[in-house]
Design a protein around this ligand. Structure first.
Ligand code: PMP
Length: 426
């Protein structure tokens, strides 16, 4: 049975309950995934009644096909676009699949060069390593901030051979928000296109794909539904329609073809050729429902609320002895993601203590961003081999608290109390 908590004028999110018991009353692990909103659950249920296969015959299927196609326009609208702006929406499983799709389409064929950064989630690093030898923009090892001048330096030295630059919109480790429109302008000056991994940004800030001027436009955007209050299993790639038309399909199979001859295949146009197999209709409906709710709450309200929580937590942590904070404590241009450690305590122990004492969920470890976390911890590449060759060594890492729009200031106080208690007993 799901129990909901109300916030922002009747918009409800689930509170986890199993057999009437709170399993996790304080969820500070929203950077990993966000619980689906009640309105999203209801919308999925309504659409379940009309369950049918997209793009196939039958009354219910035709409802699904129409709703599925309309959803592409709704997604474009969420990012300030219309169908005439030259972008297409492709549905995938999640951000990881979306970036693999782009890596395969953009780099595999023409051996195009790619640049990414050292602050990325593995999902925006490994797919590029798989198809090319990426160049990397560096981060400042003290503050963890992206060094934009190194990004420009790599572009300049590559003399126009780097065709794509892929950066995160917000870091899942430090929460820093990347100046995506400014980077787009820079990248375009060197004849490249910009891909933005929006997994951590999409539920926290309004994203306009178009910048103030055309050269500030973002060329590709990728995100997962489960990080914006929809359930697991659906993700979105927004890409230039023309570029997609020029590429062969990522996956091959049903739904992608107009003709299959005995020895020849004729593919449909995008988006159909890029979505092989029966699509995740309910997952896509959930993404659209989540977008509607987020817009209704408004990103101004979400940002203001999350900033209060973030600053309160940072200030509280800063005052507790033995707490090590990472990144720039004063940086305001960040989402509510805060990494820290407690001196003399392994991060996993901190996570367990929070869970055991008060059922507080956080994430511990390297958050699928090892190169970035290791830089912040000051562990160089050489030293990292130690952990590789000796599995008995305790792995380095951090504790991460990350907010969703439903968290409260009382929860932050509770969290700080538990941390204080832990430090006192350590
Ligand atoms: N990029 C970032 C910045 C992320 O935080 C995550 C998820 N933690 C991903 C990509 C990958 O998302 P998914 O697991 O949904 O593919």
């Amino acid at each position: 049975k799901i129990k909901y908590r109300e916030l922002f004028n009747g918009i409800e999110v689930p509170v986890k309950l199993i057999d009437g018991e709170y399993v996790c009353p304080i969820n500070f692990d929203n950077a990993a995934t966000t619980p689906p909103l009640k309105k999203v659950d209801e919308f999925i249920y309504e659409n379940m009644m009309m369950y049918g296969s997209v793009g196939r015959g039958g009354h219910k299927s035709s409802y699904c096909t129409k709703a599925y196609e309309v959803s592409r326009e709704e997604v474009l609208d969420f990012f300030g676009l219309t169908p005439n702006d030259g972008y297409e929406v492709i549905y995938v499983k999640n951000t990881t699949e979306g970036i693999n799709l782009l890596a395969t389409l953009l780099c595999n064929r023409n051996h195009n060069k790619i640049l990414t950064t050292r602050m990325e989630h593995h999902a925006n690093d490994l797919p590029w390593r798989n198809v090319a030898q990426p160049f990397y923009a560096e981060v400042d090892e003290n503050t963890g901030k992206l060094e934009i001048d190194t990004l420009e330096d790599r572009l300049k030295k590559a003399q126009g051979t780097i065709k794509y630059v892929s950066v995160t919109g917000a870091s899942n480790v430090t929460g820093y928000i990347t100046p995506i429109h400014g980077i787009a302008k820079l990248v375009h000056q060197y004849g490249a296109k910009l891909i933005v991994d929006a997994a951590q940004l999409v539920a926290h800030r309004e994203i306009n794909i178009k910048g103030k001027t055309k050269d500030e436009n973002i060329d590709f955007l990728v995100f997962s539904g489960h990080k914006m209050y929809a359930p697991f299993g659906s993700g979105v790639v927004i890409a230039s329609k023309q570029m997609l038309e020029e590429c062969p399909p990522f996956l091959k199979g049903g739904g992608t073809v107009s003709f299959v001859l005995d020895n020849d295949v004729y593919y449909k146009d995008t988006p159909y050729k890029d979505e092989a197999g029966t699509p995740n209709f309910l997952g896509v409906m959930a993404v659209v429902a989540a977008m509607t709710v987020l817009k209704k709450i408004s990103f101004e309200a979400i940002q203001a609320h999350e900033e209060i929580l973030r600053n309160h937590l940072l200030l509280g942590l800063k005052q507790i002895p033995k707490v090590i904070l990472y990144g720039d404590y004063l940086e305001q241009n960040r989402v509510g993601v805060i990494p820290f450690n407690i001196q003399g305590m392994h991060q996993d122990k901190v996570g367990e203590f929070l869970q055991d004492k008060r059922g507080i969920a956080v994430r511990t470890g390297c958050f699928c961003a090892q190169p970035y976390v290791m830089r912040l911890l000051g562990i160089d590449n050489e030293e990292r081999y130690k952990y590789l060759v000796n599995p008995k060594l305790e792995k380095p890492g951090m504790v991460r608290a990350s907010f969703g729009l439903y968290n409260t200031i009382e929860e932050v106080d509770e969290f700080l109390n538990v941390i204080e208690m832990m430090v006192a007993h350590n």
